[in-house]
Write a protein that binds this ligand. Structure first.
Ligand code: PGA
Length: 256
């Protein structure tokens, strides 16, 4: 059985005070919900304050990125140990904005995934095709390549420990959502890739989130798909009300 998960990717938004206000609103709105894992991923600068506020709330903390080394002369970077120290349980890796604007390759993301697992962090690993790739009919091929590169050399045991997010690049921040059928088709494809790399039992346990313009209005249609286990939410998680509505729209749909 897969428990639904909604993770909020705050990106480069919110000062410390704004972050604290937002998290207080979220806490008040979701305290009665236990059938959905909730994760908030504020910017690094707000992790410490948000972490204190989340204490005892049942809401998990995540970071949006990290370096793969434990420590070292890497100016401007943040290590797995540092985010763990602040109370992070999750870390988003390989987001398309990291791939697109910061040149992250599958090889680099693979190192980060291995480092996250080594430090007992749960990676939320993002894959997804661009509009050009979808229109040329190579969406699955792109996702397959990202999957193979990003998860290179991982054992079946390690596979069980992470979360995958399918985020079609053309749907991120654009207001265009993949249709529930498009999401299901790719999620099924990804689950099949996991099954071939590991086995059916493991692939049936891994949560695959959908990301790309998730909103209160479209969450239940997406969640109704058998292979969609939750959402990675960007824009709509920056307002307490819409993030809460997305979570509320998720939990009644199902516990897979
Ligand atoms: P969006 O972003 O919900 O604003 O499309 C999703 C993401 O980038 O994770």
């Amino acid at each position: 059985m897969r428990k639904p998960m909604i993770a909020g990717n705050w990106k480069m938004y919110k000062t410390t005070q704004e972050a604290m206000n937002l998290v207080n609103t979220i806490k008040a709105g979701v305290h009665a919900i236990s059938d959905c894992d909730i994760v908030v991923c504020p910017p690094f600068t707000a992790l410490s304050n948000v972490s204190h506020l989340l204490n005892g709330s049942g809401i998990y903390l995540g970071a949006q990125n990290m370096h793969f080394e434990r420590e070292g002369a890497f100016t401007g970077e943040i290590s797995p140990v540092m985010i763990k120290d602040l109370g992070c349980r999750y870390v988003i890796l390989g987001h398309s904005e990291r791939r697109q604007y910061f040149g992250e390759t599958d090889e680099l993301i693979n190192k980060k995934v291995k480092a996250a697992l080594a430090y007992s962090l749960i990676p939320i690993v993002c894959v997804g095709e661009t509009l050009a790739e979808r229109e040329s009919g190579s969406a699955k091929e792109t996702v397959r390549k990202q999957f193979e590169g990003t998860f290179k050399d991982l054992t079946s045991d390690q596979f069980e420990k992470f979360v995958i997010a399918y985020e079609p690049v053309w749907a991120i921040g654009t207001g265009k959502t993949a249709s529930p059928e498009q999401a299901q088709e790719m999620h099924e494809f990804i689950r099949d890739l996991i099954s071939k790399r590991t086995n059916k039992d493991i692939s049936s346990k891994i949560r695959i989130l959908y990301g790309g313009s998730v909103k209160p209005e479209n969450i239940s249609g997406i969640m109704a798909q058998p292979d969609v286990d939750g959402g990675l939410v960007g824009g709509a998680c920056l307002k307490g009300e819409s993030f809460i509505q997305i979570i509320q729209g998720t939990s009644p749909v199902k516990t897979k």
